[in-house]
Design a protein around this ligand. Sequence first.
Ligand SMILES: [Zn+2]
Length: 190
Amino acid sequence: MYNYNRLQQLIESDKLSEATISGLLGMSTRTTPIKYPIKYKGVDLKRKIFNFMVGEYDCHIKFEEFSNMKKLKGSTSDIFEMALNGDVYIHCNCADFGFGGWAYLADELDYGLRPENRPPYINNPELDGSICKHLNQLLPKIGNYKDEIMKSIDAKLDKIKKEIKPKDIKKKEPIQVTTGRLFKKLFGKL
Ligand SMILES: [Zn+2]
């Protein structure tokens, strides 16, 4: 029997209404003695998603704080430190992440990066755990990749700056706001 009550409890509990790294790790049931090699693959600046390889699988993480970084004060590096303690959105492309039900749970509890509406009726009807073994291994170590992450962001920003040619930057003329102009704008043709 599929456990809707548990899902309801999880949704209502404050514990997972904010899915922090420590919250997800605290609920995780997937551990492994195997040390998978972890490799930082880079950042998708547009979607603000950081990509890793853990073993042979792709793990993705997005930090809530990073998405709001324009509104936050402090250096990118300070914001990263803050982001490590804030809400995260995650995904792993291993089969277990889907069949184990965490893709579904992540979507329902709003810590997923991809939609998933198929509950794990067979493999995890009790909806135990929170993440797969790859994310379970990556998340506690993600702070170790801070320098690499910062460098990759800087490199991407430099590339964007170089791609902007001088002619793309149009000098904005200050617009003379006259009563007549404003009036026309507001009321159209006289
Ligand atoms: Zn995985």
